[in-house]
Design a protein around this ligand. Structure first.
Ligand code: ADP
Ligand code: MG
Length: 383
C-alpha cells in the first residue's frame, strides 16, 4: 500500500443541518478502514454520495460539513476538493502527507447513478486501487460502487467485511435458538425478509404496524390501525407456513391519534381494537412474551421498531425489546440490528454499545437478508 493512491467508497450519507453533521455514526464506522490505509502508508481519497442532488452541483449537498467532522474524528488533515474527477484529484494525492483527500459528492455527476462508463473511467483514472467500505450503498449499481470496481484492483473495506460476515453468520449458520424480530411500518416492504427469515429462524417475533395486517387476517377487529388489505392472503399463508414459530403480540397500546399526550389504553388483541382507535405499540404482556424468547436466544436479528417509538407514549415496546436484545448480547448471544429506524431507536436508547453488530445499511441489509445479490458486493473479490 505504501504510496499507493486508493479510491475509497465510503457511506458518508449523513444528516446535515445548518452546515453541521447531526449524526456522525456513519463517519465513525468508516474510520477503521481509513486508519488502516493510513497506517499502511496509502494515499486515500474518499468518495460518497450525500442526500439526493439531481446529478449536478448543489451547495446544499456539498461534502464540506463532512470534511469538518471527519477532520475532528480522524485527528488528521482532510483535504476537501470541490470536484470528484479531473487533474486536481491526482495533484491533491501527490501533495498528501499523511492525510486524506475527500472528494465532492458523487451525485453531483449524472454518471454516478447511471453507472456511466465514461464517468467511472474518469473517477478511476488517478488511482491504483479501489476499496469499497460503503455497505449502505452496495444495493445500487452506481459508478462509485460498481463501475470503478471493474476498472481497478478491488478490495472490501473492514466495515463492508464486518457487515457481510455478520449477516452471513446469521443467515447461514446461526447458533440456535435463532430469534428474528421484525417490526416497522409495512408488511409489503418486508415480505421477502419475513420469507427468508422463516427459512432459517427458530422464532419470528412480529410487532410494529405490520402486525395489524396479520390480526385482520385472523379476523380480529383492528380499528383505525395501519393495515394492508392487499396482503391479507399473504399474511394467512405465512402464518400457516410458520405455525407456532411466528409469534404475534397479544396486547397492544391504542390511542385516537399519533400524538404526545394523547390518552392511551392497553387492549387485548383477541378482544379487538375499539373502533376509531389505532394500535401504536405492543403492550406489556407482549413485551414479556417477546423478552422470554429473546433471553433464550443465541442469535438475534432485529429489524423494525415495535411501535411509534418517536413518540414517547408509544416507545415502551421498542424499549423493552431493545433492552432484552442488549441483555442477551451481554450474555454472549450474537445480535445484528438492521434498518434505519431500528438503528435510530437503539441509538436513542443509548444501547448501541451493547449490541453485537449494528448494520449501517438500511435498505442494503434488508435486501441482503432477502437473499438478493447486491451489485456492490458481487463485484468484490471472494475472501
Ligand atoms: P426500519 O427503518 O428499521 O426498517 P421501518 O421503516 O419499516 O423500520 O418502520 C419504522 C416506522 O414504523 C417508524 O417510523 C414507526 O413510527 C413506524 N411504526 C411502528 N409501529 C407502528 C404502528 N403501530 N403504527 C404506525 N406506525 C408504526
Ligand atoms: Mg425506515
Amino acid at each position: 500500500m505504501r504510496g499507493k493512491k486508493v479510491l475509497v467508497r465510503v457511506d458518508f450519507n449523513v444528516p446535515v443541518k445548518d452546515g453541521e453533521v447531526t449524526d456522525d455514526t456513519r463517519i465513525r464506522r468508516a474510520l477503521p478502514t481509513i486508519r488502516h490505509l493510513l497506517s499502511e502508508g496509502a494515499r486515500p481519497a474518499l468518495i460518497s454520495h450525500l442526500g439526493r442532488p439531481k446529478g449536478e452541483p448543489d451547495p446544499k449537498y456539498a461534502m464540506d460539513p463532512v470534511a469538518t467532522r471527519l477532520e475532528e474524528l480522524l485527528g488528521g488533515h482532510v483535504k476537501k476538493l470541490d470536484t470528484a474527477v479531473g487533474p486536481e484529484v491526482g495533484e491533491a494525492l501527490d501533495g498528501l502527507d499523511g492525510g486524506v483527500v475527500l472528494l465532492e459528492n458523487s451525485r453531483f455527476y449524472p454518471g454516478e447513478t447511471e453507472n456511466d462508463a465514461g464517468f467511472a473511467g474518469e473517477l478511476a483514472a488517478p488511482f491504483e486501487a479501489y476499496v469499497n467500505d460503503a455497505f449502505g450503498a452496495a444495493h445500487r449499481a452506481h459508478a462509485t460502487t460498481v463501475g470503478v470496481a471493474e476498472r481497478l484492483p478491488t478490495a472490501a473495506g473492514l466495515l463492508m467485511e464486518a457487515e457481510i460476515d455478520y449477516l452471513d453468520g446469521v443467515l447461514r449458520d446461526p447458533e440456535r435458538p435463532f430469534v428474528a424480530i421484525l417490526g416497522g411500518a409495512k408488511v409489503s416492504d418486508k415480505l421477502g425478509v419475513i420469507e427468508s427469515l422463516l427459512g432459517v429462524a427458530d422464532s419470528l417475533l412480529i410487532g410494529g404496524a405490520m402486525c395489524f395486517t396479520f390480526f385482520r387476517a385472523q379476523g380480529y377487529e383492528i380499528g383505525n390501525s395501519l393495515v394492508e388489505d392487499d396482503y391479507l392472503e399473504e399474511a394467512k399463508r405465512l402464518m400457516q407456513e410458520a405455525g407456532d414459530r411466528l409469534v404475534l403480540p397479544v396486547d397492544v397500546v391504542v390511542a385516537d391519534a399519533i400524538e404526545e399526550g394523547s390518552e392511551t389504553q392497553t387492549v387485548r388483541v383477541s378482544g379487538g381494537i375499539p373502533s376509531g382507535k389505532m394500535g401504536l405499540d405492543i403492550g406489556p404482556e407482549s413485551v414479556d412474551l417477546f423478552r422470554g424468547r429473546i433471553s433464550d436466544a443465541r442469535t438475534i436479528f432485529w429489524n423494525g421498531p415495535m411501535g411509534v417509538f418517536e413518540v414517547d407514549a408509544f416507545a415502551r415496546g421498542t424499549e423493552g425489546v431493545a433492552g432484552a436484545v442488549a441483555e442477551a448480547s451481554d450474555g454472549g448471544a450474537t445480535s445484528v440490528i438492521g434498518g434505519g429506524d431500528s438503528v435510530a431507536a437503539v441509538n436513542k436508547l443509548g444501547l448501541d454499545d451493547r449490541m453485537g453488530h449494528i448494520s449501517t445499511g438500511g435498505g442494503a441489509s434488508l435486501e441482503y437478508v432477502e437473499g438478493k445479490e447486491l451489485p456492490g458486493v458481487a463485484v468484490l473479490p471472494d475472501k
